[in-house]
Design a protein around this ligand. Structure first.
Ligand SMILES: [Zn+2]
Length: 748
């Protein structure tokens, strides 16, 4: 996902100030818990009155204040500096070193800590060659060009770009290949773009398709190109998608320099994520080979055609040489010549030679636990990935730095005698960039019958790119939307006031336009008045296995700015400290936010899930789907599903009354509340992709990041398949009935 453009007025002024030469504050010998948070105003005593899920918030409010005082901007800076000191691609020795660093911080905070290895299929480039020839066979380009920038006029430079451990630009999950073919330009490589090319009479069969990054998950571009018979795919970064036009290119400004290339997985994540050889099964090191899908039979999850990314520097000579029909006007990007689609009589040819070392490699999750006192079998899980394509300062180092300062805060509370009601589990996931592997394998391991018998995950809180700028964003299942807004009302913003106030203000000004990785649903999300909007969870980060495979209510938070250096060498400490968060005030904010999510869920008297809103949302999705099916001329019977949704609304309304006045013993009530999201799972999963079991949210098969709501139903309507659509409506009705039954238990 590339960062969206943001107005320059929203960038912190300090972004223009170089931090070169600034010395870090060292705190050896000083207990960091004693040091107050810096750079943002001290938290105000809470005056937030009653909080849903708590009988009386007074005592919790005191713990919240103690917690909010701990996450420290200077320590976050030190974490980020340590974590990004070397390229740390998953499974590398440098990646293992980051696991040791994180484990040490967990232990220091008093967490029961273990490093959990998995043995997973990985794909490492050994050499990448891309060359292009014009119609008479003259070589017009050989690459890839090394990612490199010269010092800027103001003296700003990059200290990280020449490390020999940097892997070349590549798309993980692409097969090795040695192919030559003619080139066709296909805009963003969306389904609509391929349909447009076909309508224009341009065939991509047997061709190498050149597409630009953006608009959808890159693996979907390859998925569609393959279905259209393409021989290979080149995915380049077009300057028109590099961020605010009034911002300069790095190192003078935050925008992607011309040589920077976006790495990334092209696994078919909307089919299933994780280790491609073990869908639904944990890739523990002892797993026998006979229980893995053989590498030559992975065609449902991995592309069979090669793909590789290119910088705009390297795409330019190919695009410039393309002849044939002019590209449609909106397909023109930001390079300074007219784009063409490619000609078969005057063809440009590309030779792609991708050598890969593909095999099982070890990755390492770090898991830290704080056992709960009264409800130890209820697990509150929170996580962030640790592996990076290169240095990963924004993605995911800012998330790890924030998570470590949240853990620091939890440790300080433990020292003061605090004990959570529920068990807290913190996950530092590995192999996310290759396809959310570490989180998926761990979540699959928790989904066995034995694990389910001894614990139950009640919520999952995700953070990934915690900070690439100052604009707060969140996505959540509907049952946790007011929970997230409540926390936003408690956390101070470096820009003044609370996160909720800034978030509301920015949304009013039209700045916040999206969820971190999801898309906005068509419905209102139960906003009242000027409350800010939360997006739906699609995919693209580690909440996917928890929500969409295991049925655990989830949230995801971020703080965004221009981030077109995403997945390149330049997402490093130099870039981050100049342009994303120079004084780490937003990283501190995110640490506080993430920590309060954990704290509230772990300590609540009764689980704070708002199922009334959730049920109303689902009722809205059904109304929309019914309208879409009518427009599509499909005759479908929604009566049973709508009646089931109405019963769910009534059941949710009733249980909300119990949540507002909880009984003395909340165990039964909690068990019911915790069972609802799991009841929404489809026993057979979604058509064509059974790993995805959630009946309400999935990543779109033809988008990959954005959420499709009631996906079984809506995708069958899109496919104009009434038989499948009716079966999915009926399966959804059954899921809603199970959810209503789960809610009904304490009322009987
Ligand atoms: Zn990430």
């Amino acid at each position: 996902m590339t960062g969206p453009p943001f107005p320059a007025s929203l960038l912190p002024l300090a972004a223009l100030v170089l931090l070169a030469g600034q010395t870090l504050q060292h705190c050896a010998g000083q207990s960091s818990a004693d040091r107050p948070g810096v750079h943002s105003p001290p938290p105000q005593p809470a005056s937030i009155g009653q909080v849903f899920g708590f009988r009386d918030f007074t005592e919790q409010s005191l713990w919240d204040q103690k917690f909010l005082a701990v996450p420290d901007a200077q320590l976050a800076r030190q974490h980020l500096k340590a974590l990004t000191s070397a390229p740390h691609w998953a499974s590398s020795p440098e990646d293992y070193a980051t696991a040791i660093y994180v484990a040490a911080r967990f232990k220091a905070a008093g967490l029961q800590t273990e490093i959990v290895p998995y043995s997973v299929l990985m794909n490492k480039p050994t050499s990448i060659l891309i060359e292009a020839f014009d119609a008479v066979g003259t070589k017009i380009f050989t690459g890839p060009t090394r990612e490199h920038v010269e010092p800027a006029a103001n003296g700003a430079t990059d200290h990280f770009q020449d490390d020999p451990r940097i892997l070349p630009g590549f798309n993980d999950s692409s097969p090795a290949a040695d192919i030559t073919a003619q080139v066709v330009y296909a805009n963003y490589g969306r389904l609509a773009d391929f349909q447009r090319l076909a309508a224009l009479g341009v065939s991509v069969k047997g061709k190498i398709v050149l597409v630009r990054y953006g608009a959808e998950y890159r693996g979907v571009k390859v998925y569609i190109a393959q279905q259209y018979g393409a021989k290979g795919v080149l995915i380049y970064s077009d300057p028109s998608d590099d961020g605010p036009r009034d911002q300069q290119r790095y190192p003078a400004g935050p925008n992607r320099p011309d040589t920077a290339v976006q790495r990334g997985s092209v696994q078919f994540l909307p089919i299933y994520p994780g280790d491609p050889t073990t869908p639904g099964v944990a890739s523990v090191p002892t797993l026998p080979a006979s229980e893995r899908i053989p590498v030559d039979k992975l065609q449902y999850d991995l592309p069979s055609i090669p793909a590789n990314p290119l910088s705009s520097t390297d795409a330019a000579p190919i695009l410039r040489a393309l002849a044939g029909p002019a590209a449609p006007r909106e397909w023109q990007g930001g390079l300074s010549f007219p784009y063409h689609l490619g000609s078969s009589t005057e063809p440009v040819s590309v030779h792609m030679r991708l050598a890969k070392d593909t095999g099982l490699r070890t990755i390492w999750d770090v898991i830290g636990k704080i056992p709960g006192t009264s409800d130890p079998n209820q697990w509150v899980i929170a996580g962030n990935h640790r592996d990076a394509w290169v240095y990963g300062a924004g993605d995911p180092g800012s998330g790890t730095a924030a998570m470590l300062e949240a853990v620091h805060g939890l440790g300080a509370l433990l020292e003061q005698g605090w004990k959570p009601r529920r068990t807290i589990v913190i996950g530092s996931w590995d192999g996310e960039e290759e396809g959310m592997i570490g989180s998926t394998e761990w979540a699959e391991q928790q989904d066995t019958r034995q694990s389910r018998a001894d614990h139950h995950a009640v919520a999952y809180f995700n953070i990934d790119v915690a900070v690439s700028g100052p604009v707060f964003n969140a996505a959540a299942v509907p049952s946790l939307r007011s929970f997230v807004r409540q926390i936003a009302a408690e956390v101070p913003s470096p820009a003044g006031g609370t996160v909720l106030q800034q978030w509301t203000k920015e949304e009013g000004e039209g700045v916040t336009r999206r969820s971190p990785r999801g898309a906005d649903s068509l419905t209102t999300d139960g906003q009242s008045g000027d409350e800010p909007h939360l997006g739906d969870l699609g995919s693209g980060s580690d909440y996917t296995p928890f929500l969409q495979h295991n049925g655990v209510p989830s949230t995801d938070i971020g703080s965004d700015g221009p981030f077109s250096v995403y997945h390149s060498v330049f997402d490093n400490y130099d870039w981050f400290t100049r342009f994303a968060d120079p004084d780490f005030a937003y990283t501190q904010q995110q640490a506080r936010f993430f920590g309060l999510e954990i704290l509230h869920m772990a300590d609540a008297d009764v689980l704070p899930f708002d199922y009334e809103l959730y049920a109303q949302e689902i009722r809205g999705y059904l109304d929309q789907a019914r309208g879409r099916s009518t427009n599509a001329g499909l005759k479908l019977d929604f009566t049973g599903a709508i009646s089931a949704a109405d019963h769910f609304i009534a059941g949710a309304h009733a249980i909300r009354a119990s949540q507002l006045a909880p009984p003395k013993d909340t165990a039964t009530l909690d068990r019911s509340l915790a069972a609802v999201e799991g009841a929404l799972l489809l026993p057979d999963g979604l058509p064509h992709r059974p790993w995805y079991r959630h009946s309400i949210y999935a990543p779109g098969e033809f988008n990959g990041y954005e959420a499709v709501v009631i996906p079984g139903v809506n995708e069958a309507i899109d496919a104009a398949n009434p038989t499948r659509a009716q079966a999915q409506i009926d399966a959804l009705a059954q899921a809603l009935s199970r959810a209503t039954e789960a809610l009904a238990v304490p009322i009987r």
